[in-house]
Design a protein around this ligand. Structure first.
Ligand code: GDP
Length: 471
């Protein structure tokens, strides 16, 4: 929480304001031993509208001080107290008028607390009920202190608390955002170095005979997997790991899956792959389709393939679709079929998995080793996006832009998102902090998700968006 200290010469009403801000909540009194004299500073959690902050009342320092000079007394504020204070409310007494001591306090603040953002407030303003003329005169006078326009308040009656809120709110929010950002940058650095050491876990999935084993060989560049025309011929255990451009890629449970495929032929074998456990171990799921089959049929994805893709996405895995056997669609006579496949697959994926935008589709020939590099590039790219961490400051600049992009028929229904932050990577998970308890509409959540994917180039990544109410 940000800390606001109430400062001012004696008797301006510091404790009264402190009490009003903390209301009935507990105040913590702690001592600052100094030259064998113990001085009290009260600390409490202030509530002003929906704002929460830590507030310090420095009044105790005065009563304990033996010296008559304000400088001696305020000097006690240095050290531990000032170091943890970001904001100050500099209080003056409008009934007593501006005093030399006020000027002294102002000079002291400028000299010793230059990093503390100070708001000037004229207390006891309820006493000047002449329609505002006197207040304006007092405010003009207070300008000599050099802390800008004062706010007219009354700690006794509560006058001006709304204005105090309006002034503090943007300052405190900016501060909290900055804090959050600094914190996430620190955490990001630590986590990113950790994550970079992790190998990419890749699952190659698909129906029997689409060419998974052949693709595996192509990727591994060595014949370790048995390939044959019969479905599910592959039985030997494959625990494959290889390097691509300095990155370790580990093939997840492909062997086990291929083995089980051999035991039960046809789409039924896919249920094995549908076990959540297997998919959960992969970071990226590569779903292999057969180009020749697609060319001869109306739709490119069979029920089981759609089920795998959906499950991968639901489990938060990155998804890449591979269309294999493109070599069979070469030549002039196949041009129409070839183009139809290239056109149809991305369209169909958009239709069956609408929750993930921009799933990458790579066209290869595993048999001829064609498309190996573009495919691996796409897999690594998907993995990196899956691990992406966006700094809070950047996300909030984006949020402001994107909220103005969306047009609202009815301004009253316009959602008020205060800020946006990424709480997790692998896959990227975001939280939108909003005012009030009403949930963001589904269509607005879809709009935000789609904008995130487009603006940060997150195609194929099942990003998650949660919402919370600002505390
Ligand atoms: P799996 O069951 O998915 O592992 O499929 P396999 O890798 O065993 O391949 C099944 C059959 O398709 C084999 O006869 C392969 O030679 C053939 N095949 C695999 N990839 C290609 C390809 O890119 N082009 C062609 N023409 N045939 C392929």
């Amino acid at each position: 929480l940000p800390t606001v200290m109430i400062v001012g010469r004696p008797n301006v009403g510091k404790s009264a304001l402190f009490n009003r801000l903390i209301r009935r909540r507990e105040a913590l009194v702690y001592n600052t031993p100094d030259d064998h004299v113990t001085r009290d500073i009260r600390e409490g959690i202030a509530k002003l509208g929906d704002l929460r902050f830590r507030v310090l009342d420095s009044a105790g320092l005065e009563t304990a001080a033996s010296s008559g000079s304000i400088l001696d007394r305020t000097a006690d504020l240095t050290g531990s107290v000032l170091a943890r204070t970001q904001f100050a409310i500099f209080l003056i007494d409008v009934r007593a008028g501006l005093q030399p001591l006020d000027v002294e306090v102002g000079n002291w603040l400028r000299k010793n607390a230059s990093g503390v953002r100070t708001i000037l407030a004229m207390n006891k303003s309820e006493s000047l009920d002449d329609g505002g003329g006197l207040l304006i005169a007092e405010a003009a006078e207070a300008h000599v202190l050099g802390f800008g326009d004062p706010i007219a308040i009354s700690a006794e009656t509560g006058l001006g608390m709304a204005e105090l809120y309006e002034t503090l709110c943007p300052l405190l929010e900016d501060y909290m955002l900055q804090q959050m950002n600094d914190q996430t940058i620190e955490e990001e650095k630590a986590v990113e170095t950790e994550e970079n050491k992790l190998p990419l876990q890749l699952a190659i999935v698909g129906r029997p005979n689409v060419g998974k084993s052949t693709l595996l060989n192509t990727l591994l560049r060595e014949k370790r997997v048995l390939v044959g025309p019969e479905a599910g011929l592959t039985r030997d255990s494959v625990r494959a790991q290889f390097n691509f451009e300095g990155r370790t890629i580990y093939l997840v449970d492909t062997a086990g899956w291929l083995q089980r495929c051999g035991q039960e032929k046809g789409p039924a074998s896919l249920s094995v792959m549908q076990s959540r456990k297997n998919l959960m171990r992969a970071n990226v799921v590569a779903l292999v389709l057969d180009a020749e089959e697609i060319a001869n049929k109306r739709c490119s994805m069979k029920h089981a393939e759609v089920a795998i893709a959906r499950q991968a996405v639901e489990e938060g895995r990155g998804l890449v679709v591979i269309v294999n056997k493109m070599d069979l669609l070469r030549g002039k006579q196949n041009m129409v079929l070839h183009d139809r496949v290239i056109d149809a697959v991305p369209k169909e994926i958009r239709a069956v998995i609408p929750q993930v935008t921009g799933v990458p589709v790579v066209f290869v020939s595993a048999l001829e080793g064609e498309g190996r590099i573009p495919l691996l590039d796409q897999i690594v790219d998907t993995y990196e996006k899956w691990c992406l961490r966006l700094p809070t400051a950047r996300l909030n600049r984006w949020l402001r832009k994107v909220m103005s992009r969306h047009s609202w028929k009815d301004q009253a229904t316009k959602p008020k998102i205060k800020y946006f932050t990424q709480v997790k990577a692998r896959p990227p998970t975001f939280v939108a902090f909003k005012n009030g308890d009403t949930q963001l509409s589904d269509s607005y959540v879809r709009f935000l998700t789609k904008s995130l994917v487009e603006d940060f180039n997150l195609g194929g990544i099942p990003i998650r968006l949660m919402q919370r109410t600002v505390p």
